[in-house]
Design a protein. Structure first.
Ligand SMILES: [Zn+2]
Length: 101
């Protein structure tokens, strides 16, 4: 038994409701990678499985959790667009509060 996580990422197509999500699934733990957070071409190239433990992104135990997470991506992207224009107008400069006493 190994103390290390030895994943085996394979490319899979998951069907949830009417969604078909192509992403990487670890055959060892059944963890599902978010294809929007994770570069699935690196994590699980179509030619074969990879065994990397360095996954920069979100992992999920169920496809339903993944779909819920992917729905939040859509709102995050629109949030970002709004933030970018707001940040440009942001001014620096704090007004120190006057202390009484
Ligand atoms: Zn994600």
């Amino acid at each position: 038994m190994s103390l290390f996580w030895e994943p085996k990422w394979v490319r899979m197509k998951l069907t949830v409701d009417d969604f078909i999500i192509e992403t990487c699934v670890d055959k060892t733990t059944n963890l599902i990678a978010c294809p929007l957070c994770v570069d699935i071409d690196l994590l699980c190239p179509e030619e074969g499985a990879s065994t990397t433990t360095e996954v920069k992104g979100s992992l999920f135990f169920t496809a339903v959790d993944l779909v819920n997470h992917m729905r939040t991506h859509a709102s995050k992207i629109s949030d970002k667009k709004i933030k970018v224009s707001e940040e440009e107008e942001e001014e620096e400069g704090e007004v120190p509060e006057a202390e009484e006493g």
